[in-house]
Design a protein around this ligand. Sequence first.
Ligand SMILES: [Zn+2]
Length: 195
Amino acid sequence: MAILHEVLQHNAAWVAERNRPLSKEPHKRVIIFTCMDTRLVDFLEPALGLKRGDAQMIKNAGNTLVDAGGGVVRSLVVAIHGLACEEVFVIGHRDCGMAQIDKDALRRAMVDSGVPEEAINALRPSLGEWLGGFHDPLGNVERVVTMLRQNPLIPKAVPIHGLMFDPASGALQVLVDGYTKLAAGQTLPPHVGRL
Ligand SMILES: [Zn+2]
């Protein structure tokens, strides 16, 4: 087939896909909580078989959880109770840049940019405690899964998986299989996530 015809054929299929109305509720009813690393953009999703409209994506630096009632947990609460999500995937990755950030160098850069020392000192958890969690990316994923599992805002029937992703090969490794942590017979009531 001539390249022009290939391009036009692809374009017609692509436009048809764009015109398909997408629900705010994710097709696959899953939430991905992962790192903001640029290498994961447009790479993690295809590696997981996820397309636009399939999943809720939550990202931050190093996919860490510093506050049991903070923004990440609140996003999970809305996704589960308001947008019909039924499973959570916490996905860390190899070679995370957050693991190499030195707290003293970061503090110096902030001060050099005019950030008041008092504002840095007021951070809770502190800069050092926060960055300390990144030196063990596997342990961080397991810790986040445990924190979410224990969070009373998240129903016990929601499986919470912990995985590591290789940003070079795209391979996944399971650290925590959330299905094994569910008590027998636990299911979400039909109204959960379908307000
Ligand atoms: Zn990262």
